[in-house]
Design a binder for this molecule. Structure first.
Ligand code: HEC
Length: 150
């Protein structure tokens, strides 16, 4: 009886481990022909995700323009739009399908925009904003070189 208990325990542990790997580490992905990983979204998740991405690019454009014009209000407004307040609207399905590494890059990008908005408001220093932007952009390109979506 005790032995059966151990076998069951082992099986449950293996299943829990496999599920943790699938849902936390690897997300819902398959290898793409170009060597990236394809995240397997539903159509509605894909629409949501790409819309978020275009909002990122709008923010980058507005922030870059704000730096050139030394318009800190424009920078604060643009960075706030893509800050972590945005995350409240992300459908649960998207979070589940994103591999852990992608989730981390996504979260850190939203948080970096929070920090940019706060600093732009309190310091009003566009050079500081520019260096923050230059730290955010490599995360955009790193994620794009690792993942695509379907
Ligand atoms: C968590 C990973 C990740 C991060 C971080 C990320 N992206 Fe993306 N982005 C993607 C993926 C995946 C796609 C889809 C690419 C594909 O399927 O080829 C994408 C697509 C896009 C698109 C195309 C949108 C469309 O409608 O086709 C734009 C624009 C974009 N990203 C901008 C950005 C910008 C700007 C940043 C940084 C501020 C950024 N992304 C950060 C993963 C990411």
């Amino acid at each position: 009886m005790a032995r059966l208990g151990w076998i069951l325990f082992l099986i449950m542990t293996l299943i829990a481990g496999a599920l943790a790997y699938k849902f936390i580490l690897s997300g819902d992905t398959e290898l793409a022909a170009d060597g990236r990983k394809t995240i397997l979204f539903e159509e509605s998740e894909r629409t949501f995700f790409l819309n978020e991405m275009r909002n990122f690019l709008i923010a980058v454009q507005q922030i870059s323009d704000g730096i050139e014009k030394d318009d800190m209000d424009q920078i604060v407004a643009a960075a706030k739009k893509v800050g972590s307040g945005d995350l409240a609207h992300v459908p649960a399905g998207i979070m589940g399908k994103l591999p852990l590494a992608a989730k981390k890059m996504g979260l850190s990008t939203h948080r970096a925009f929070d920090q940019m908005a706060m600093d732009a408001e309190s310091l009003g220093d566009k050079d500081h904003t520019l260096s923050q932007l230059n730290k955010i952009l490599p995360t955009c390109t790193a994620c794009h070189s690792l993942y695509r979506i379907m």
